[in-house]
Design a protein around this ligand. Structure first.
Ligand SMILES: [Cu+2]
Length: 234
């Protein structure tokens, strides 16, 4: 009887180890699954474009709703939002800490999310959180500092990336299938909307795409206005 219990215990331990090992393998495999799509974004003069968002929306399968409770940070430093452009998936919460030396008053009138966080002082780390539950572009401003502006691009697809200063980005872990791959930039000329490409991913094979964006020349200053070396607004 004792032997039998011992044997059962050994069997259970072995089973647990096997299950753990199997789970480990599955996690590893699922993490490595999918293709990587590299994108390069330039303007009409061939210069790299930062803060462009490339999205891959599946047309041959349905994306499962994200179960991840993700919180993304948009900080305020030196009278500027960091980052200027933040792509997120619907259902993401954004935290707006104030790591500046002065107070800010955040608002948005965008239909995808209208909200306001009244004037709050430096040092507020993560209390000011907003859930973005509808797709669309949300423009964020500060009531005190008119030049402060940031864009949140709320997407239904989980497959997206934002370009760096070299105009480069990579969308990772794309499952096999067909996608509409599109470009967006906050300063894109509305008369020349970005192209959309059809992309097929087969056998997890990596690929790359190139986009040219027509930017408007109305780049608003992202920094505090300066007069004689002293900021006008505090
Ligand atoms: Cu401000």
């Amino acid at each position: 009887m004792r032997n039998c219990i011992k044997k059962n215990n050994y069997f259970m331990i072995f089973t647990e180890i096997t299950i753990s090992f199997f789970f480990f393998i599955v996690v590893l495999v699922s993490n490595c699954y999918g293709a990587n799509l590299k994108a390069l974004v330039t303007d009409t003069e061939g210069k790299p474009v930062e803060f462009a968002v490339v999205t891959a929306t599946p047309t041959s399968f349905t994306v499962k709703e994200s179960k991840h409770q993700v919180t993304v940070i948009i900080d305020q430093v030196d009278k500027e939002f960091i980052d200027y452009v933040t792509p997120i998936q619907v259902g993401t919460t954004v935290s707006f800490p104030n790591n500046d030396k002065i107070r800010h008053h955040i608002y948005s009138f965008s239909p995808a999310k209208t909200f306001e966080i009244p004037l709050y002082p430096p040092g507020v780390k993560a209390e000011n959180k907003v859930l973005f539950d509808k797709p669309g572009v949300v423009v964020i401003g500060c009531n005190i500092h008119d030049w402060m502006k940031a864009y949140i691009y709320v997407l239904e697809t989980p497959y997206f990336a934002r370009s760096d200063s070299q105009g480069k980005m990579t969308i990772n872990n794309l499952p096999d299938g067909q996608y509409d791959v599109a470009i967006w930039h906050p300063n894109q000329d509305p008369k020349s909307p970005g192209q959309t490409m059809k992309v097929s991913v087969v056998n997890n094979k990596d690929g790359d795409v190139k986009f040219t964006v027509h930017l408007t020349h109305q780049w608003s200053s992202r920094r505090a206005p300066v007069l004689g070396g002293v900021g006008l607004y505090h």
